[in-house]
Design a protein around this ligand. Structure first.
Ligand code: HSE
Length: 300
């Protein structure tokens, strides 16, 4: 028995939609499971190769698979686990969520448990802790994850095809724990109202493709002002994107990737101008132009 599953990268928050909005991106982590072997064999290619496979007992895919089988009340079979990671690690692009979701879906397939996507979503949130990234990795598209009592629910939307996105990925990483530790426990009513308005504007822009108010719609008062000191070149990356033709820029997830939206009518111009604008600003960030993933986690 074998199973191969891929799950997409994601950008969480999208500026004002803190811990709520997620956008799935066409860049994938793949988990392949094959029954057999002496116990557990793990290999990793791509991001984290030679690092993530050093200690199988601490590997996120392996620990996730173990939790899945423990939840079934069954022993994990002897397995060969192959990970192929294309999502940069600890950059605010949902690499952990993609790995957890792919590992759960692969174990679901291999075990014959037959859990639904909704059930896998709940399990993945329990492990990952951030429903916004997990929602995008499971369902694809633009997701709204919201707490309902003890659980999280998701609405999945399709953003307008006319909107393009770029992720400016730095060489350095930032842990989500550190980026969350920078946030205050209390926010003012003014900040809360600011974000309610911005989030409404942003969702309207993403659904209609009318980006005229999207620059304002990407502004945020809940997390970005506190994380910017940890992402010292945020302003230069954001400015480079806007000069190249983007409507606004934001911290992707907990950072340090900075992302931006633009109208595809100017795609050729922005693709030509952004790398040079980043270089002129002294930035070593890579510009990754990424399509939206519409499918979420997929079993081959
Ligand atoms: N919404 C979470 C945060 C995403 O901003 O901390 C973590 O990837």
């Amino acid at each position: 028995m074998a199973a191969t599953v891929k799950a997409p990268a994601s950008s969480a928050n999208l500026g004002p939609g803190f811990d709520t909005l997620g956008l799935a991106l066409a860049l994938y982590n793949t988990v392949e499971l094959e029954e057999g072997g002496p116990g557990l064999e793990l290999s990793v290619t791509g991001e984290g190769e030679g690092v993530l496979d050093q200690r199988p007992e601490e590997n996120l895919a392996v620990t996730t698979i173990d939790r899945f089988y423990a939840g079934l009340g069954r022993a994990r079979p002897a397995l060969r686990v192959r990970m192929d990671n294309r999502v940069p690690l600890a950059r605010g692009l949902g690499s952990s969520a993609a790995t957890i979701v792919a590992a759960l879906a692969a174990a679901n397939e291999l075990s014959g448990a037959g859990f639904s996507k909704d059930r896998l979503f709940g399990l993945a949130v329990d492990i990952e802790g951030h429903a916004d990234n997990v929602a995008a990795a499971v369902y694809g598209g633009l997701t709204i994850a919201y707490r309902q009592g003890e659980t999280f629910q998701v609405r999945r939307l399709g953003p307008a095809d006319s909107i393009g996105g770029v992720a400016m990925v730095p060489e350095t990483s930032l842990s989500t724990a550190e980026a969350r530790a920078a946030l205050p426990d209390q926010v003012s009513r003014e900040s809360a109202v600011f974000n309610v308005g911005r989030t409404a504007l942003l969702v309207e822009a993403l659904l209609t493709g009318d980006l005229s108010a999207a620059g304002a719609g990407l502004e945020d008062a809940l997390h970005q002002p506190f994380r910017r000191p940890l992402i010292v070149d945020f302003d230069s990356a954001a400015q480079a994107a806007i000069e190249a033709g983007a409507v606004g820029a934001f911290i992707s997830g907990a950072g340090p990737t900075v992302a931006a939206f633009y109208d595809r009518a100017v795609e050729a111009e922005i693709k030509a101008a952004l790398p040079a604008a980043l270089a002129a600003a002294g930035s070593k960030r890579r510009a990754l132009f990424l399509d939206v993933d519409a499918a979420g986690v997929v079993t081959d």
